[in-house]
Design a protein around this ligand. Structure first.
Ligand SMILES: Nc1ncnc2c1ncn2[C@@H]1O[C@H](COP(=O)(O)OP(=O)(O)OP(=O)(O)O)[C@@H](O)[C@H]1O
Length: 546
């Protein structure tokens, strides 16, 4: 609409000049001047409406793209998303998505009208003089087709720019996250060199991209000037040979310009076509990430919580080293089991399999006799609360971070969970109690405090199975004792799986499963295992264990 009215304004202005040169009456001129004024107002309104609508459309589009990227990552997590660096994902979800938005929200309608205008102009020129139409058509075709010759080149360069941006973003994200370690080891120089190299690579890619884009722009401007000169020469010829009045010249030239200008505008933005295609490919890749595990049926619900590993073997994707080897054991409902073993023996991997972050390479895991894969992921994960070694705290209040375990929890339930996790005392000493925001994953809290909030999150949930991965690792003896007491007071219906290496935690378990070489090397109570002089004793004194 906005482009149509601009086009009409230019044609009417040219027509008025033609009328003046051909000596038309003031009444006729007045009429066309009024029409021109009306079109100018309409153009302004149309541009305003376009900006308004495209703004809304732009936001809706960016949101849709970002949600679909998030869905792809969630579907493929954690296995495939680990292969993508965080900075790269952030670049795809922000700059690539914005580039797509610029095309769809601002350009799609412009493209349609920009290609419509030359068609209308050609029909009008055909009526003025068919010869003009014959001259103008190849000019328009040249302007439109010229970018196709460099399309592959543009895509390659666009991809190089997008990839260089991602590498730079990933470096910056890594530097920001690991800054303390970099400073501690005095590696600022080395890392700033890496940053400089990434910057230089981006600069180089952008320079090449800009050089080609600039060349195309110059070519397009030259073609426009040539088209108008061709129209002028053709008009002069027609006036000589076919008696076309020279008064038509302003009208003919304004039609030519009105047809080409919007075309040039979209082609200029379309000069980013290469970057756009590269961005679309990168977004598409994340959106289409295959799922890590297939979801089960929402209609199936567990009838009990007996957990069984049946001949389970597992290798991580892209690795052929088996982590678990033909593992079989059962955990009864309400049992307190500790999983012990050397660092890297596969303890956390067991938790991943129970939560179905991965499926076993062979063998089955079942819940009360039903294969885990039969349940929907949502149902399964509602049965199991997991406190990982590095639980993430979101940029939200402590209260809401705990509430993640149970969205409808009342404040007193949250407070009770925090008390059981030995977190209430330190939370109450904070200036705003449960209200302070946990910044950057909880950087404003100590490691032990973060762990206790994560534990409270698991305790507030009503999941019948709780997996604790080294929860006491960051705690002092007193807090460890309090947490053990809290775990002891949990209803006996809740199954507790504790991945642990510290003696108090191991002692609190009814049964310890000792993992070695992907197998259960020994199983029994703490007393029995240490008395037998099994590898548990060795593990407890081995300085290389965690
Ligand atoms: N995403 C992965 N891809 C490939 N190998 C992995 C992956 N994650 C873990 N591993 C490997 O699997 C093995 C078991 O890892 P896991 O984290 O389960 O050990 P763990 O016993 O929990 O160790 P720790 O006590 O140090 O936490 C290790 O050798 C590790 O290198």
């Amino acid at each position: 609409m906005a482009q149509c009215t601009t086009f009409t304004c230019m044609i009417i202005a040219g027509w008025i000049c033609t009328l003046v040169l051909s000596g038309s009456s003031p009444d006729t001129l007045g009429f066309f001047a009024a029409v021109l004024a009306f079109c100018v107002v309409l153009t302004a309104l149309a541009h305003w409406a376009l900006a308004w609508l495209s703004h809304d459309l732009a936001f809706a589009l960016i949101e849709t793209l970002q949600m679909s990227i998030f869905d792809g990552i969630a579907r493929a997590s954690p296995g495939r998303s680990h292969q993508q660096r965080m900075g790269d994902i952030a670049a795809i979800a922000t700059s690539d998505a914005e580039l797509m938005e610029r095309f769809y929200a601002h350009m799609l309608v412009d493209y349609l009208t920009a290609f419509l205008m030359p068609g209308i102009a050609l029909v009008i020129l055909l009526f003025v003089s068919p010869w003009l139409c014959v001259i103008f058509l190849p000019c328009v075709l040249m302007i439109v087709l010229a970018p196709l010759f460099s399309a592959r080149w543009a895509k390659k360069q666009g991809k190089a720019v997008a990839e260089s941006k991602s590498v730079l973003n990933s470096h910056i994200a890594e530097l920001a996250q690991g800054w303390k370690d970099i400073q501690m080891f005095g590696a600022e120089g080395r890392y700033s060199m890496t940053l400089q190299q990434a910057n230089a690579r981006l600069n180089n890619a952008q320079r090449k991209y800009g050089a080609r884009n600039g060349l195309e722009q110059g070519l397009r401007d030259g073609l426009m000037a040539l088209s108008l000169i061709a129209l002028l020469v053709a008009s002069l010829n027609s006036s000589h040979d076919a008696g076309l009045s020279l008064a038509w010249l302003p009208f003919i030239l304004s039609i030519g310009a009105a047809a080409i200008v919007p075309l040039l505008e979209v082609l200029q933005v379309g000069g980013q076509w290469g970057a756009l295609r590269a961005s679309a490919e990168r977004i598409f890749l994340l959106q289409q990430l295959p799922e890590q595990v297939h979801d089960g049926l929402a209609s199936i619900n567990p009838q009990g919580h007996r957990l069984q590993f049946n001949n389970v073997s597992f290798c991580y994707p892209q690795s052929d080293t088996p982590v678990l080897n033909n593992l079989s054991f059962t955990i009864e409902p309400g049992e307190r089991v500790a999983i012990a073993g050397m660092s890297g023996s596969g303890k956390t991997t067991l938790a991943y399999l129970l939560l179905r972050f991965y499926d076993p390479t062979s063998g089955t895991l079942s819940l009360n006799g039903t294969d885990l894969s039969a349940f929907s992921l949502k149902t399964l994960r509602q049965q199991i609360a997991w406190v990982s070694q590095e639980s993430w705290l979101f940029n939200d209040t402590i209260e809401n971070n705990i509430r993640l375990g149970r969205p409808d929890a009342t404040f007193s339930q949250i407070e009770q969970a925090a008390k059981s996790a030995c977190a209430n005392e330190f939370i109450c000493k904070l200036p705003q109690g449960y209200r302070p925001i946990c910044t950057k994953g909880g950087e404003n809290l100590s490691g032990g405090q973060r762990q206790r909030i994560a534990l409270a999150r698991a305790l507030v949930s009503d999941s019948p199975v709780i997996i604790l991965d080294e929860v006491s690792a960051g705690l002092d003896g007193e807090n460890e004792r309090l947490i053990l007491a809290a775990l002891e007071s949990l209803p006996k219906t809740r199954t507790l799986i504790m991945i642990a290496h510290r003696i108090p935690m191991l002692k609190s378990a009814e049964r310890i499963l000792l993992l070695a070489n992907g197998r259960i090397a020994a199983a029994g109570s703490f007393g029995a295992l240490t008395a037998e002089g099994t590898s548990l004793s060795a593990l407890l004194v081995n300085p290389h264990t965690k």
